[in-house]
Design a protein around this ligand. Sequence first.
Ligand SMILES: *Cc1c(COP(=O)(O)O)cnc(C)c1O
Length: 450
Amino acid sequence: MRLSKDALANIWFPFTYHGDLEENPPIVVDRGSGVYLYDKSGRGYIDAIGSWWVSILGHNHPEITAAVKEQLDKVEHVLMAGCISEPTVETARLLVHMMPRGLTRVFFSDNGSTAVEVALKIALQYWALRGEQRTEFVGLSGSYHGDTLGAMAVGMIPQYHTLFHERFKGFSFSLSPYCYRCPLGLDKQTCEAQCVESLETLLSEHGDRVAGCIFEPMVQGAAGMRVYPAKVLKRIFAACRTHSVLTVADEVAMGLGRTGTLFACEHSGESPDIMCVAKGLTGGYMPMSATVVREEIYAEFCGAFPSDRIFHHGHSYTGNPLASAAAQATLRILLRDRIPQSLGRLAQHFRRELEKFRELECVGDVRSIGMVGAIELVANRGSKEPFPARQRVAFRIARRALDLGLIIRPLGDVLYFMPAYVITEDAIDNMFHLARLAIGQTLDELHTSA
Ligand SMILES: *Cc1c(COP(=O)(O)O)cnc(C)c1O
């Protein structure tokens, strides 16, 4: 079932051309189960992207649903100042237990963007409290850290950020480790090395003024699932250490088992100073995020009245008990079911089947790690020439996929798959089958109309 335009007269959709709505009204989702969503008429869709990466254990998971219902009968909210609910305490304990070594203090907020804002503020105030003039940040081109102003300042995806970057000072960016399309036209290895060297150069020029370096470990998600090697990540850590720059790992998308380790940083064997977690933290049930820091950082903020050793930050819903109940249940399931180790076979199947997209003439690159897979569409495989933007190839494929019962949402001309971990091998096969159908039908249609 689709909604009419009139019914939507008061709604403003995120990341949506409203000019598309008349021809592509949204589906009204009525219920969900596992990787499936159902509309009012009962029609099922495979949710191939975990509803924007939050649904890591599937929709309407019996245990998470039960945990939220149980909490709902007790209390819906308490202010987290002078009060706290038990699920919030337990969520912090579980998170620290799961995190790489050294990360011990959890600051809760509502979403990935605010988790990043909190990380940036902590980094700035940390250096101020230590009496050091470190007020700048460095990041990687191709990064996405959220849509609030601070998070945008450290992000670098031109169509999202350029307009706003004019307002910001004190942020600089290395090259992106996106070596399928190296901006300098280098081969993969040299390109990866160049990315790190550009970061090292930035830091050697003004590292003593830099408070922190923020990055998405292993995969630049929103830029198009740009997977990069652990050795690049290792060198990012090393460069920051050389210049005493705080490392801020934004694990909002890739944390909690997505890349085959509990946290993506683990691929490098390194542990950051500050880590941001959100999206899958509550299994997609409630908005909640966490910024987790090392004890030494927290210690700088540990003061008594009237010193300035206090963190003036908090949100109305910080530590919300319903969200905490969902997070606690989610983390317990991840631990009990030994995720991600137990996903090994499933992830292998996922990767093997994804690789078959290379057979298609329109697929230029196939990227995957753990339970993330992406294919980049090109008009010409040899020259990597993209499809003309006006053709909106990926957009049309996604629209066709929806008609076939598959929910995907491409990033530019990158089609990606990020299903909940409860997906079966059969459902993976079906997901890729529907994606291939949608690609084939869309390209046929373009050829006929050309
Ligand atoms: C989605 C995302 C964010 C922002 O999270 P929101 O909950 O949408 O504010 C930040 N960082 C990364 C890496 C993300 O993928």
